[in-house]
Design a protein around this ligand. Sequence first.
Ligand SMILES: [Zn+2]
Ligand SMILES: [Zn+2]
Length: 535
Amino acid sequence: MASTADTVADIDDQPLSPSGTLVEKANHQAPPSYSHNGGPCSCSGSWSYPTKDSTSIKRPPRPSSLSSIDEVLSPEVRDTIHQTIEDLSPSLRELSDYIWNNPEDGFKEYKAHDALTTYMESKGFRVTRHYAKLDTAWRAEYTRGQGGRVIGVNSEMDALPGLGHACGHNLIAVSGIAVAVALKAAIDKHDVPATIILLGTPAEEFGNGKTRLLERGAYKDMDVCVMSHPGPGSPNGAYMAPWMALQNLEVEFIGHSAHAAYSPWEAQNALDAAFLAYSNVSVLRQQMKPTSRVHGIVTGKDWQPNVIPDYAKMRWIVRAPTFAEVEELRTRVTACFEAAELTSYFRAAALATGCKVKIELGEAYYDVRQSTVLSDEFCRIAETHLGMVTEEVQTSLPASSDFPFDLTMMSRPYRVLSHTVSPKRISSIPIDALTQDPIRSHLALQLKAIPSIQPVVGVRIQPNGGNHTPQFAETARTPEAHDSCMKVAKALAMTAFRVADDARFYLQVKQSFEDSKIEIDLPHAQKASTQPNTL
Ligand SMILES: [Zn+2]
Ligand SMILES: [Zn+2]
């Protein structure tokens, strides 16, 4: 594998872009798609990118003063992005409010789909509605020139049943637009060849919309992908949170009904089985790592107190920092369900319900890994050009925020703005559904992922009012939350501009991405990474 030094030397003689940085000679080609895992990142330190006066540098990037940023991201470019988003902000606020007032569940985001695509068309993007054979997915694309890099952006849209926009996806929708339109303005004004692809991604909460888009090729042309997500924090801060891998499980207990008073001995009580399973998992929690989560619900139909239920269904989600840990925990959780499947009363009288159990694996989300090179740059831009909070350490997220786990519990250090640590979780694209063959799935993970980041936008929450609460739904429509999202959108657009405009920066992103494949800590990953043609 070529070293970063080799890579930098390879492009020393290349021409400058119109905005003063290097462009690649050859037509751009998408990088090999491997899951990304970068090296140590440093927010207080920074990488030095060669300028037009230093094109002969033949060594890896090195920490330098922040002043070098201005040479690669000019004040004019920053101003274009800043002003574009300022101008867009009022109309995006209206759009966000419209989506908030019309909450739609996953794969039913029809109003959001229509409003967002109409908006993107009005901004000069070529829009594909009902993209990738998904009713509510969409794609908005804009290309300037030829041979430029391809910047992907995600806009989520779905709400939570009964809770509305309690995860703030109305904010994510308009944040994606802000990034895409501001980037368009910047590449137009400063004459940088590039393509922007903004995807409207349905069903983030339930349904794994991005995975379906991924499987249908929606991300294959992208060189990088960015998005943001609101979460508890300072309204002037953002952080690169670790995101958890997860596995959905569906468990059905099938018994036999009977009159609950007249002939209960004839029954096999499916509700009892579900309660036993629930209790078993509760006992298991004491032995779980604090970074893991198991949470589930019980549902039934036509239950009455005088009829012993003959059917109960449970839906569970098993989460852990890595999918390898999810698989390990899932085995233990499954045993909790199977303990309730005792077809003979003689085998364990205390637990016997006589019911049959059916356990099915649902969709899986693999490890989330964020590009350290992109996140370094995002953080640096946010700090230096947008005055964002630099000392915001999320030491303990509210319990109601169940997707990023408690950062203090991480087995590896993470990184918040200005804090130097070594993150290991990369790629904001949820990868693939679980297949029967773990090698195949993990290989798919490596081949399909692209360098990406998903910073969390800090929004001020009410006490115990984190994501997935009615209080957070209220937060998601405040002007303050909107403004925070717009600020992060500026930082993301500036980061994305660097990818489009600066060949060396992009090569660092790509190199780090390729290097990471040997560090992937998933089962079978090494075998998969050395056999890329076996898929
Ligand atoms: Zn959510
Ligand atoms: Zn969400």
